[in-house]
Design a protein around this ligand. Structure first.
Ligand code: 6R9
Length: 648
């Protein structure tokens, strides 16, 4: 690990909102006077009734987390209405389509109108406060409009990434008992269409079998491609908006009313519905977006994530709009039509703040410096990353080749559960080390613990916990508060366990080392090993499987599956291909195993527990130190697995 250190680039330092001494002062106050600090931060959003409470929470069972609880607000007033007077004609969403040259601008006034009309369409279809509404959308402005329209009427949105399969979409519709689905005819990415409506139709059928009927499917026309139509259920958005009013008063919501559910993978079972509420989430989104990106009024800000992930929620939609920023929404992929696309878009729209994932940086780095150097990138002043640890090589390339040493690299560690950035080198406040998350965000109190929960001090490495609550913290797992407590608060009672490991260096900087649980981080997306195993297990030729992550050059981690087939099955490459296809159908392409190894047995303890530690080492071709194998029921299994790995 390199511990090279870079100072704050001088051009940036001279104009940054925060100076090095501000970090100490603000951080100190945020942890010694938490009430006062977060009361002040609460003023970042528009309240219909200002809260008198700040934080009321306990990490001891029964876990309860509340912020600003007697405040009343509607998040869309903060994101839209309050900007109309001063920023009505400012661009709110700058849409860049998949095809270069296809771009569209929506001002705050236009966005406000679209959201109100969309909200009225939802009302006309019977949606009311508290209803769950599922979105399965491409990266087009209507996705943000739909989210905000839900928020306008107090409905709870659940955005499902457009790359998930009908099965996965249906599972999420059923889990939150959602009767309205918003989708598009087709998506477009990298010059190819994505059959969203076909998938959505299939999901409705699967959900119906599980007892949840989607009564309304609201369809945005993106390509005009042929789609089948159920006249009782399906509604074209463009037809429906024509007959509704452009006025829709915002539904008054308690700060602790739910704003959205977002499903995310954990180490066990099916994905959990992470629930965020209106008040604290928006305060955290607005506060962190402002500090993390050194936001100024005329910035053009671009986060290249998809709205299907939390990064898209907080840093494409809610944070930037609450702050009255111009937020770019990009429909395409980094390599279409070629590997200079990101930088071309930065030039075309004079992007000043750019935020992407290490996996994208690595994929582009592989294409060499040429595609970058044919663009100017002179508008850029800050570069961010999120989703997984960034390897120092990728960091250096991003810093030197993309940013030409002018832009700080802001590596933001956070999670769906945390709502916003938690450990981050705040711009202008700290020197940077390639790969280091550096210091905690204001109000965040991290600690490193050993397996027994002992707090470790000084330069050390351990499991990362958070000792105190912050406004953007998830409140519960939708419909399963016990699972919430069990997942996050039972490992180290009294603290929130992140599931990540981290190192703290001699300067007190944090370096996130990755997941310490059974979650694989594939291209910055979380995938639970249990989910992939359950998908594999539903194939008739699979008797048993064990899935682990292994180091992958571009994706960060790849998915490695050990599969024991049912008796009499022929173990062929064709079967491997079929299993990959099966997982794609069950979950989606992001869950596709990269490597499958047939194995007649798996390393298990005498009590039948699979020893994944050993499987991870074998998958990584790291046979030297397999650790203690004496507790295995049948230690010879390990040699067979190693033989299989080496010959595979
Ligand atoms: C925002 C987001 C969360 C997991 C998290 C960690 C990994 C995210 C990171 C990072 C190192 C960073 N992670 N950002 N690891 N450095 N800057 O990605 O949320 O999809 O819930 O994933 O991603 O392992 O626990 P989510």
């Amino acid at each position: 690990m390199t511990d090279r250190q870079y100072p704050i680039p001088s051009d940036f330092a001279s104009v940054s909102n925060l100076k090095p001494s501000d970090y100490r002062t603000l951080y100190e106050r945020s942890v010694t006077d938490r009430e006062g600090f977060f009361r002040d931060q609460g003023a970042r959003v528009h309240w219909m009734t200002a809260p008198s409470h700040v934080g009321d929470w306990s990490f001891e069972s029964p876990v309860k987390i509340e912020w600003y609880k007697d405040g009343v607000l509607n998040v869309t007033e903060s994101c839209l209405d309050r900007h109309l007077e001063t920023r009505g004609d400012k661009v709110a969403i700058l849409f860049e389509g998949d095809e270069p040259g296809n771009s569209r601008k929506l001002t705050y006034r236009e966005l406000h109108g679209e959201v109100c009309r969309f909200a009225n369409v939802l009302k006309a279809r019977g949606a009311t406060k508290g209803d769950r509404i599922t979105l399965y959308m491409p990266m087009i402005p209507e996705a943000a409009v739909a989210m905000l329209a839900c928020a306008r009427i107090g409905a709870v949105h659940s955005v499902v990434f457009g790359g998930f399969s009908p099965e996965a979409l249906a599972g999420r519709i059923v889990d939150c008992d959602s009767h309205i689905l918003i989708t598009a005819d087709e998506g477009v990415r990298g010059g190819r269409t994505v059959p969203l409506k076909v998938n959505a139709d299939a999901a409705c059928q699967i959900a119906a079998k599980a007892g949840v009927s989607v009564d309304t499917q609201l369809v945005v026309r993106r390509t005009g491609g042929d789609v089948s139509w159920d006249a009782d259920r399906d509604v074209w958005l463009h037809e429906a908006v024509a007959s509704v009013s452009g006025d829709c008063s915002p539904e008054p919501m308690s700060a602790e009313d739910p704003l959205f559910i977002l499903y995310t993978s954990g180490s066990t079972g099916q994905p959990k519905g992470v629930l965020h509420t209106c008040g604290g989430y928006l305060v955290w989104a607005a506060m962190t977006h402002d500090y993390v990106f050194d936001l100024k009024e005329d910035d053009v800000y671009w986060c290249s994530a998809d709205v299907g992930w939390v990064t898209g929620h907080t840093y494409i939609v809610y944070g930037p709009l609450a702050n009255g920023a111009t937020t770019v929404m990009f429909e395409g992929i980094p390599t279409y039509p070629d590997a200079s696309r990101f930088w071309q878009v930065c030039d075309d729209h004079q992007v000043t703040l750019f935020y992407t994932a290490p996996t994208a940086i690595r994929a582009l780095m592989r294409e060499g410096d040429g595609p970058v150097q044919k663009t100017s990138r002179s508008s850029l002043r800050l570069l961010g990353t999120v989703g997984e640890p960034i390897n120092p090589e990728a960091w250096e390339w991003y810093f030197h080749t993309v940013g030409e040493g002018r832009c700080p690299i802001i590596d933001t560690w956070w999670q769906t559960e945390t709502g916003g950035a938690m450990i981050v080198p705040l711009p202008g406040t700290t020197p940077m080390k390639p790969g280091a998350g550096t210091f905690p965000m204001f109000g965040v109190e991290p600690a490193l613990v050993d397996a027994d929960g002992n707090t470790l001090s000084g330069a050390t490495e351990g499991n990362l916990i958070l000792k105190t609550s912050w406004p953007g913290q998830m409140r519960t797992v939708y419909g399963d508060h016990e699972r919430f407590e069990q997942t996050y608060f039972s490992t180290y009672p009294g603290s929130y366990f992140t599931g990540d490991g981290a190192r703290r260096d001699e300067d007190g900087m944090y370096w996130i080392t990755g997941r310490v649980d059974d979650v694989i981080n594939v291209s910055g997306h979380r995938m639970g090993t249990a989910e992939v195993e359950s998908a594999l297990g539903s194939h008739p030729s699979v008797a048993e499987s064990a899935v682990v992550g292994y180091p992958h050059n571009i994706k960060g981690q790849g998915i490695y599956a050990y599969v024991t087939t049912t008796a009499g099955t022929e173990e062929t490459d064709a079967l491997k291909a079929e299993l990959v296809k099966h997982v794609r159908t069950e979950i989606g392409p992001i869950a596709s195993p990269d490597l499958i190894q047939f194995s007649s047995g798996l390393p298990k303890t005498r009590s039948g527990k699979i020893m994944r530690r050993i499987l991870r080492k074998i998958a990584a071709n790291d046979y030297g130190n397999l650790g203690d194998t004496s507790t295995l029921a049948d230690p010879s299994v390990v040699d067979a697995l190693i033989d299989g790995r080496m010959s595979g």
